[in-house]
Design a protein. Structure first.
Length: 153
C-alpha cells in the first residue's frame, strides 16, 4: 500500500491497468472472478460466503434470549394470548389489542424456535445435502446417457 494523500490510502494495484482490456483496476472489479484468477490479481470485493454471518448470529442470540424465558412468563403469554383471542372472536378486539396479540404470537414463536429451532436447522441442512446429492446423481445419469448415445454411434 502507498499513501496517495494524507487522508487516503490506496492499494498499489489500484492504479494499474488491466492488460486484457486496457482499463483501470476499477473496471477490473467488474470482471468475472475466473478472469481475475488468470490475471493474478487479488479480489477483495468478493465476500459472498460471509453474507449470512449476521443473520446466523442474530438468530442464535434471539434463541438464547428466548430460551431464558421462565415457565411462568411462558404461561402468562399463553394466558394473555387466549384472552385476546376471546376478545377477537367476540368482536371486541381493538387495534391496540390486535397489535398486542401479534406481539404475543411473535414472542411465543420465538420461544418455540428456541426450543426446537436447532433441530429444525439440522434437518434443513440434511435436506439440502440430500437435494444436492439428488441433483448430482441426476447429472451423472444424464452424462452416462449422453456417453452411451455417443458410444453407439
Amino acid at each position: 500500500m502507498r499513501k496517495s494523500s494524507a487522508n487516503q490510502l490506496a492499494f498499489d494495484w489500484a492504479t494499474e491497468t488491466n492488460p486484457d482490456t486496457g482499463s483501470s483496476a476499477g473496471a477490473l472489479s467488474e470482471a468475472p472472478s475466473q478472469e481475475r484468477r488468470r490475471s493474478g490479481t487479488v479480489d477483495f470485493t468478493r465476500f459472498d460466503s460471509y453474507d449470512q454471518t449476521y443473520a446466523v448470529t442474530a438468530r442464535l442470540a434471539g434463541r438464547i434470549n428466548a430460551a431464558s424465558v421462565s415457565p411462568q412468563e411462558h404461561e402468562n403469554l399463553l394466558r394473555k394470548r387466549q384472552e385476546l383471542l376471546d376478545k377477537k372472536f367476540a368482536g371486541k378486539l381493538t387495534r391496540e389489542d390486535g397489535n398486542k396479540l401479534e406481539y404475543i404470537r411473535w414472542s411465543l414463536d420465538r420461544i418455540e424456535d428456541a426450543k426446537h429451532g436447532n433441530a429444525l436447522d439440522y434437518l434443513e441442512g440434511r435436506i439440502s445435502v440430500y437435494e444436492q446429492f439428488l441433483a448430482d446423481v441426476r447429472g451423472l445419469e444424464a452424462d452416462l446417457r449422453d456417453a452411451s448415445k455417443r458410444g453407439r454411434q
